[in-house]
Ligand binder design. Structure first.
Ligand SMILES: [Zn+2]
Length: 334
């Protein structure tokens, strides 16, 4: 009589393969299938948003979790030459949020005994509503990061094949060879509705409050370096497992300037799309930059087509007229 023997080793073989999911222009890789599917869903939405504002995505990308990269089989997917871009992400999206809470509590209770700090951290985490920021906290930025990748791989193919240390210094820019405002615009334009709305509200608050002095002129905005580059901020970002996390302290002047930079770019995107009635105006500007020309060149070449003024200072005047009225929310607070 034969016996059936279960071999436990089979189980460990099963988990040594990372889970994957496909999206229209690439694939994801995570430890759990649920996570691979989640990341594919966000990637799919982002690709659609990019194609509406730029042009069709023809190259494949890989979004992978750093935990999956450590799993047997993960390395070979990661080494594949099939992908034009590869973006490391978090297996556990709540990780970033949890460490932010922890850091905040530690700062507030500096000098207190560790047991006091630990129980305050537990309490702060427990008080967060389930399924809100705790689970979504990290992923809110994924569309933004994919946007950076899509811009570079679509308009500057080959740039991402360069070694990582050259990448950052490539042209002296923050993310890629594009001008810093356009590089961020592609990313900001890929953010979901919630983040988009909060940036719009923030800009209304900025232009009607004391931070108005931090707003850049149009000529500065379209040629300047990313505000994070002007200080040691980027040097402080230490990639952990390939994902760089920077805890942002809103009182830090550089962080404040960066917030203004992002909010102002969000407003500039809205202004350009409204004025030109061209939903792909960002794509047109990217095409122009890929041909080695700047924003002002684009304006001169297209002003007549869109009935826009042909110089930056005249365009700036029109832009300012279109700035938001004070929101009821910030008016009540003021
Ligand atoms: Zn960015």
């Amino acid at each position: 009589m034969k016996c059936l023997i279960l071999i436990p080793a089979l189980l460990s073989v099963a988990v040594s393969e990372p889970q994957t999911a496909e999206f229209s222009a690439g694939q994801t890789m995570a430890v759990s299938k649920e996570r691979a599917d989640q990341l594919a869903e966000i990637s799919r939405t982002t690709i659609l948003a990019f194609e509406k504002k730029f042009k069709p995505v023809t190259k494949k990308g890989l979004v992978y979790t750093t935990d999956a990269a450590k799993v047997e089989g993960g390395q070979s997917i990661l080494a594949s030459k099939d992908f034009a871009w590869k973006l490391p992400w978090f297996e556990d999206a709540s990780k970033i949020f949890r460490s932010a809470v922890e850091e905040q509590v530690r700062k507030q209770l500096q000098g207190q005994p560790e047991s006091v700090i630990q129980s305050a951290i537990d309490k702060a985490l427990a008080s967060q509503p389930k399924g809100s920021a705790v689970s979504k906290g990290g992923d809110i930025a994924l569309g933004h990061e994919i946007g950076h990748m899509l811009l570079i791989s679509t308009y500057w193919p080959g740039h991402l094949d360069r070694p990582a240390d050259q990448e950052r210094s490539g042209g002296g820019h923050y993310g890629g060879p594009a001008s810093d405002w356009l590089d961020e615009a592609a990313a900001i334009a890929m953010e979901g509705d919630a983040l988009t709305e909060s940036r719009r509200k923030q800009f209304a608050k900025i232009v009607h409050g004391p931070d108005k002095t931090l707003v850049w002129s149009l000529a500065e905005l379209v040629t300047m370096k990313h505000p994070a580059l002007s200080t040691k901020m980027m040097e402080d970002v230490k990639p952990k497992d390939g994902v760089a996390v920077k805890r942002l302290d809103s009182n830090d002047p550089t962080v404040k300037r960066q917030g203004v930079f992002y909010a102002q770019i969000r407003n500039l995107i809205d202004f350009l799309e409204t004025k030109t009635k061209n939903p792909k105006v960002l794509g047109e500007i990217a095409e122009n930059e890929a041909a080695g020309k700047g924003f002002e060149d684009w304006l001169k070449a297209n002003a007549a087509k869109y009935t826009l003024p042909a110089n930056l200072s005249a365009l700036e005047k029109e832009w300012k007229v279109a700035w938001p009225a004070p929101s009821t929310e910030s008016a009540t607070k003021a």
